[in-house]
Design a protein around this ligand. Sequence first.
Ligand SMILES: [Zn+2]
Length: 175
Amino acid sequence: MADIFSKEQRHHVMAAIRGRNTKPEMLVRKFLFSRGFRYRLCHPRLPGHPDLVLRKYRTVIFVNGCFWHGHENCRYYRLPQTNTEFWQAKIERNQKRDKEKQCQLAVMGWHCITVWECQLNPKFRERTLESLAYTLNSIFLADCKVRTYEMTDSQDAMLAADSDVSYRKKGKIVE
Ligand SMILES: [Zn+2]
């Protein structure tokens, strides 16, 4: 396959072939760890073998190479000039499989986040990682809200609501 890839594509393809512990994945892992997010690596029993699993956030993360996974509208996803049909079919299969696996994960109650390799280029890296942290925190907070909502039938929750009202009334009096 010496001539079918540009130098840049080739670099990305080789990174994808090496599989685990690619540089993009390591960037995400390092960032999450430094922010106190704890994860497991590639849970073998989950559909699609996600790269990272954050049980507390009910979230799985895929760190995808743009070429193999066919990142739409991405400059790294450009089909080689030779054997174009072969590559197109192959990558479309990958795209289809990715979608299927993510649907299965969603049905199982997992949030799926895909981080694309190009989003981890130095220019975009910080923004991507910050938005990843933001997304994880939002997911966590949304899950907490659901738990609070489920508790509103209980007496404790009613009491909490009442005291909240009286607190607000007090606030008005002070005004
Ligand atoms: Zn991309």
